[in-house]
Design a protein. Structure first.
Length: 314
């Protein structure tokens, strides 16, 4: 990364901090390669006064010194005062096992954030993924707007962000499946934070490909959400295993039901999903690709997050 490019970082950051109030938002996205020299840098406003900066590739001492100098200027500015900033933390995403560094103020171990008016609990400190992927903001909004009266299956549920959005949107039932039971426990907490009726929510802590029977028991579903990791050692490889899910869709989805299929691997293009769906589950028609949040600008839209809506041909 280039220290000389940091004034652009702070210019964009300051402009977006002035707009985001207390909702959680990505306020700088260098990973989309729209800012030369800053491709390995991101920043997220978590609300509650906390700004989280992440560096994805180690840089030199000149860069870190310039970054700290810019942060000092930011926290002395009117923008910082108006957004009620108190804390700046820095994640070193390339340093495995590295704890998040506190640059300004005091870092809480956990923080409750607000997105689209809904509450989520995030972990700060040791974990690199804090519990909510911000590029899926409009995806969660779409689910909330389209879940009324529906039975929803949320595969690779993580901390159940889609489930929270679905129940808030009036879903009849949501089934969350994830092999990480600790993530599902956080999902329960997220529902509690929003005063949701947990009798409408199920949490299955299983590995998907060994659990089709359990998944089918709650179906058929009016909406299936597929948001897998690109790679999870020993359990999921996107380019190989996504097809196994698509083949099962006809027996999971009700007539006229919807599928939201997601891919967040930069080297996997949208055609990966549309072509495989046409081949493996032709009962489902392509409807549209959902728009990504504007703050996640990308020089190549095909490299950005892919969220594609399909509908069963009833």
């Amino acid at each position: 990364m280039n220290a000389a490019a940091l004034p652009t970082f702070f210019e964009v950051l300051s402009a977006r901090l002035a707009e985001c109030n207390q909702e959680v938002r990505r306020v700088f996205h260098g990973r989309g390669r729209c800012y030369e020299g800053l491709e390995q840098l991101t920043a997220d406003w978590l609300g509650k006064g906390v700004l989280q900066i992440a560096i994805f590739k180690e840089s030199d001492s000149e860069f870190y010194a310039a970054l700290q100098e810019g942060i000092n200027a930011l926290v002395a500015s009117d923008v910082w005062t108006k957004c009620q900033g108190t804390t700046v933390i820095l994640q070193h995403r390339d340093r495995e096992g590295s704890e998040t560094e506190t640059l300004v103020g005091e870092m809480p171990n956990q923080i409750e954030v607000v997105e689209n008016g809904l509450n989520y609990k995030l972990d700060l400190g040791k974990r690199q993924n804090n519990g909510l992927f911000l590029d899926m903001r409009l995806g969660r909004q779409w689910v909330q707007e389209n879940a009324a009266g529906k039975r929803v299956l949320n595969l690779f549920a993580y901390t159940c962000g889609f489930s929270v959005a679905a129940i808030e949107g009036g879903a009849e039932k949501v089934v969350n499946l994830d092999m990480a039971k600790s993530s599902l426990s956080r999902g329960r907490e997220n529902h509690h934070l929003n005063q949701h009726d947990l009798s409408k929510v199920s949490f299955l802590g299983h590995e998907l490909f060994k659990s089709w029977g359990k998944v089918k028991k709650f179906g058929p579903y009016d909406l299936v959400i597929i948001d897998p990791p690109s790679f999870q050692k020993g359990s999921f490889v996107l380019t190989k295993d996504y097809a196994k899910i698509l083949r099962r869709l006809p027996e999971l989805v009700a007539d006229g039901g919807d599928v939201m299929a997601c891919v967040n691997a930069p080297d996997v293009k949208p055609e990966f999903l549309t072509e495989q769906m046409a081949e493996l589950a032709p009962e489902f028609a392509f409807v549209s690709r959902l728009t990504n949040p504007p703050e996640f600008e990308d020089i190549d839209t095909d490299s950005a997050l892919k969220v594609i809506h399909f509908k069963h041909r009833a």
